[in-house]
Design a protein around this ligand. Sequence first.
Ligand SMILES: [Zn+2]
Length: 285
Amino acid sequence: MKLYNILSNHYALDGGAMFGNAPKALWSRWMPPDEQNRLRMATRAMLAVTTKDVILFEAGIGAYLEPKLRERFGVTEPEHMLLKSLAQRGVSEMDVTHIFLSHLHFDHAGGLFSAWQDGRKPDLLFPNARYFVGETAWERATHPVMRDRASFIPALHQKLEDSQRLSLIRKGEAFSFDGLELRFFQSDGHTPGLLCFDLRFGENRLVYASDLAAGRPWVHLPITMGYDRCPEQLMDEKCAILTSLAKDDGWLFYVHDPDVAVSRIQVDEPRQSFVAVEHQPELVM
Ligand SMILES: [Zn+2]
């Protein structure tokens, strides 16, 4: 089994929104904003290749947005970076057999759509893959509340449903691939039913925590995002997964960190928090 990070398109989000109640004087030391107060972020997927299966974890924002929205979200690469990065690993759209999505916010699932073309509706990519979404996350995406409605892509939900290749993951479900065990840690603090991917392979453990800890700054327990619906609950959930990961000396995968794909996690006893160490810009295991 081989494991890689796969870059999808970058985007830019408001620094204040990304750091919730943390003051700018603090977060701007970790991530300096541009002149519009925006932070350039990665949307990073992960690829596992086994003897039988080609498994993609998330799809990033992709390139489906129309020009006006691309501009607003700072998506500057013209091409579909997810497909390009997969090709660099020798993987085509046709090869992918499984796609797991932590939740269906546009910056995690938009890469399932083809790149924007004038006068054409986007197509659903990966015709040979099954798409896996948590039952609760699917319910939220298809019945959003006013606060998070704009983060979902209704046209994508319809395409996923019409494909007849959508599977909903029930609580407690797990998957076994050749050389890879996959379990899920469900978190509700960012959005209901977000699934963190908990991978075990050989002696190793790696958690793709998605928006539960999207980059190195969010490893600090009290640092949450303005987009989180229940920041206090998110802190408790983050504490649980990071405590377990630190105990196993495992790797934490970052979906949005602009520079680092994975770190190990250590307990920061005096601060009753965690620190990220051994940063790796690329994941190749
Ligand atoms: Zn999200």
